[in-house]
Design a protein around this ligand. Structure first.
Ligand code: ZN
Length: 341
């Protein structure tokens, strides 16, 4: 019970990429870059294992961004044709590349990385992929005409990738869908259908991660507009609970999400965010245990996986390490309390 996991991304070591930045430029190139990424992955796997985290990952050390890391290996995208797009319903505007032709996977995207990680841990291994709706909110469309159609095209490619990762021995494949908290009607119209397309034929554990984002300025400003209670989950959790996705990763620690909303996921395994990624303060084990305990009112410990609220890529490495240790220690405290009953 209370098997621990992390949402996904972790900081790049300073010798690999510029620290504390999203889209951080690499500091190595060519073969040195690949070696550096592998070294960084090993460091994080070891830190996660030492902290007692049950399901580990490579911390997304091989990709520069959680969406574009996937898109770089897809044909049909014109990277020189930039379109200004208001991301997440105009939370911020970015010049994004444009889909100009039918999408096709050039080949394996993360296969080598997954094989490397699999060879270096006996723990359960999780691999993250961007969700179809979030991809479509990060790239412009000049080919498909409808967002839902482009999402289905991406979902088919994600499915090819996911099948390959499963064959390599990945235990959990997670789709990151922060856009689910913004386009709640579309989630029900086609977002979950696209996820179902992405997990078609998989036998491994599948997961979706839905959060309020990294602790970057645009997100902090957006959260201020959401009022005293964040109830986005309420609109989408019933549909997710009815879906074929196995696990749902959600934000909990220090967030204004009413904790009772996780009770809507009564048939799912729930990754409860017990680590705030928008704060530089490292949680104490007692704080982590208190968050888990609060969530246990609505999810029993057999179905609960203590986790981080989101990825930790933009955090200082020292802080991310401390938070991982706190997650492990806080969970052990709670397990001890439960076994003493
Ligand atoms: Zn997230």
């Amino acid at each position: 019970m209370l098997r621990t996991a992390i949402a996904g991304s972790l900081p790049k070591p300073a010798w690999l990429a510029e620290p504390e930045a999203l889209w951080a430029p690499w500091r190595l190139e060519g073969d040195d870059l690949v070696r550096g990424q592998r070294d960084a992955a090993l460091v994080w796997i070891k830190i996660l294992e030492d902290a007692g985290i049950d399901t580990v990952g490579e911390g997304e050390q091989f990709r520069d961004h959680f969406v574009h890391g996937f898109l770089h290996k897809i044909d049909g995208i014109d990277w020189d044709r930039k379109t200004a797009m208001g991301i997440r319903a105009d939370r911020y505007t970015v010049e994004v590349p444009t889909v100009t032709e039918a999408l096709r996977r050039k080949g394996s995207v993360h296969g080598e990385e997954a094989r490397f990680a699999r060879a270096h841990t006996d723990h359960k291994l999780k691999f993250t992929l961007p969700g179809p709706m979030t991809i479509c909110d990060t790239i412009a469309d000049a080919h498909y005409g409808k967002r839902a159609d482009m999402a289905m095209a991406f979902a088919a490619l994600l499915n090819e990738e996911a099948r390959e990762l499963e064959a390599i021995g990945v235990d959990v494949i997670q789709f990151d869908e922060p856009a689910f908290n913004v386009f709640m009607d579309e989630v029900k119209d086609w977002g979950i259908a696209a996820l179902h397309r992405a997990i078609e034929g998989l036998n491994c554990t599948t997961a979706v991660h839905i959060c309020y984002g990294y602790g970057i300025e645009a997100n902090i400003a957006w959260k201020k507009t959401l009022g005293s209670e964040w109830r986005q989950y309420e609109e989408i959790f019933p549909a997710l609970n009815a879906s074929r996705i196995g696990q749902v990763s959600l934000e909990c620690a220090n967030s204004k999400v009413p904790i009772s909303l996780i009770g809507l996921l009564k048939d799912k395994e729930v990754m409860v965010g017990a680590i705030d990624v928008a704060s530089l303060e490292i949680e104490t084990p007692e704080q982590v245990a208190a968050t888990i305990k609060g969530a246990m009112e609505f999810v029993d410990p057999e179905r609960m996986l203590p986790c981080t609220n989101c990825g930790m890529a933009p955090l200082p490495r020292r802080v991310a390490e401390g938070k991982i240790v706190a997650l492990g220690a806080g969970t052990r405290l709670m397990r001890k309390e439960l076994s003493g009953r």
